[in-house]
Design a protein around this ligand. Structure first.
Ligand code: NAP
Length: 259
C-alpha cells in the first residue's frame, strides 16, 4: 500500500532505539524526510546513518533530552515546520504509591504529559495552517488498564490521554489528526532490563524470564518494534485522516478488555 506520505517531513522523538526507531524506519520506508532525536549522540548518529542509507531519505539527527525545555527547543529549531510528529521518551520509574513525593510526580508529568503537549503546541499550529498533519503519541497500555508498579506512568500518561481526547477533536477539521499508540510488551532494551530484574529476583536466566512473560501474552510472544512502527506509519498516512483521538492498544491481547 502506498501510504501517500512520501516527501513529508517527520519529527520522531526518542528514536535511536526501540519503538521510536521502529516508527522512524517505517516512516523512512514510506519516503518521509526524518528528524530523529535521542540523548546519546553516538547511537543516534548510527541509527540515523543506517536509516538514511537503507531508505535513501534525508535524515537530520539532533541529540538532546526531549523532556528538557532547552533540549526540546534545540530539536524544534533544527526540525523547523513538520508534517508529522511522533512523541516519545523514556517512561517514569516504577515504585509504590507511597514512595513518591511532589517532585516525582512533577518529573513524571514533565516527561510523559507536558513534554508531548509542548511539542504539539509548537508544531500543530503550522500543520493546521498548511491543512494537513499527523501526530502520534507513544504512550502505554497502562492507560487502558493500570500497571501496578507504574503509578507515575498510569497518572501522567492518563493526563496526556485526556488532553488528546479533547484537542484532537478541536483540530480535526483542519486536516490534522492526533492519536495515541499504547504499546504492551515489545522486544526493546527497556524490556531486556525488566526481564533482567525478573531473572535476578527468581534466580533464572533472561531467556527463562522472557518465556514466562511471553506465556502471559495471548499472542505468546513479544511485539516487534518494526510492526509497531508500521502501525505508526499507517496512522500518519493519507488513509488515516478519519482516525481521530483514538487510543490503539498494541499488546498481543494482553489487556483483557471487551472494547
Ligand atoms: P528503549 O528501547 O529504551 O528506547 C528508548 C529510546 O528513547 C532510545 O532511543 C533513547 O535514547 C531515547 N530516549 C529516552 N529518553 C529520552 C529523552 N528524554 N529524550 C530523548 N530521547 C530519549 O525504550 P522503548 O521500549 O522503545 O520505550 C519507549 C517508550 O514506550 C517508553 O516511554 C516506554 O515506557 C514506553 N513503553 C514501552 C513498552 C515496551 O514494551 N518496550 C511498553 C509500554 C510502554 P537515549 O537513551 O540515548 O536518549
Amino acid at each position: 500500500m502506498d501510504l501517500g506520505i512520501s516527501g513529508k517531513r517527520a519529527l520522531v522523538c526518542a528514536s535511536s532505539k526501540g519503538l521510536g526507531r521502529g516508527c522512524a524506519e517505517a516512516l523512512a520506508e514510506a519516503g518521509c524526510t526524518l528528524v530523529m532525536n535521542a540523548r546519546s549522540a553516538g547511537p543516534l548518529e548510527q541509527a540515523s546513518g543506517e536509516i538514511s542509507e537503507a531508505y535513501g531519505v534525508e535524515v537530520t539527527a539532533i541529540a538532546g533530552d526531549i523532556t528538557d525545555p532547552e533540549g526540546r527547543a534545540e530539536v524544534l529549531d533544527a526540525a523547523g515546520p513538520c508534517d508529522i510528529l511522533v512523541t516519545n521518551a523514556g517512561g517514569p520509574p516504577p515504585g509504590y504509591w507511597t514512595d513518591w513525593d511532589r517532585g516525582d510526580f512533577i518529573d513524571a508529568l514533565d516527561g510523559s504529559m507536558l513534554s508531548p503537549i509542548a511539542l504539539m503546541q509548537a508544531l500543530v499550529p503550522g500543520m493546521m495552517e498548511r491543512g494537513w498533519g499527523r501526530v502520534v503519541n507513544i504512550t502505554s497500555r497502562s492507560v487502558k488498564a493500570p500497571l501496578l508498579p507504574l503509578g507515575l506512568s498510569n497518572a501522567a500518561r492518563s493526563g496526556l490521554t485526556g488532553f488528546v481526547a479533547g484537542t484532537s477533536r478541536q483540530i480535526a477539521d483542519k486536516g490534522v489528526t492526533i492519536n495515541n499508540l499504547l504499546p504492551g510488551v515489545h522486544d526493546t532494551a527497556r524490556i531486556d532490563q525488566m526481564d533482567d530484574v525478573m531473572a535476578a529476583q527468581k534466580g533464572i536466566s533472561r531467556d527463562e524470564a522472557r518465556k514466562i512473560r511471553a506465556a502471559g501474552i495471548p499472542a505468546g510472544r513479544y511485539g516487534d518494534p518494526a510492526e509497531f512502527g508500521k502501525m505508526c506509519a499507517f496512522l500518519c498516512s493519507t488513509h488515516a485522516g478519519y482516525i481521530v483521538g483514538q487510543n490503539i492498544v498494541l499488546d498481543g491481547g494482553e489487556t483483557f478488555a471487551t472494547i
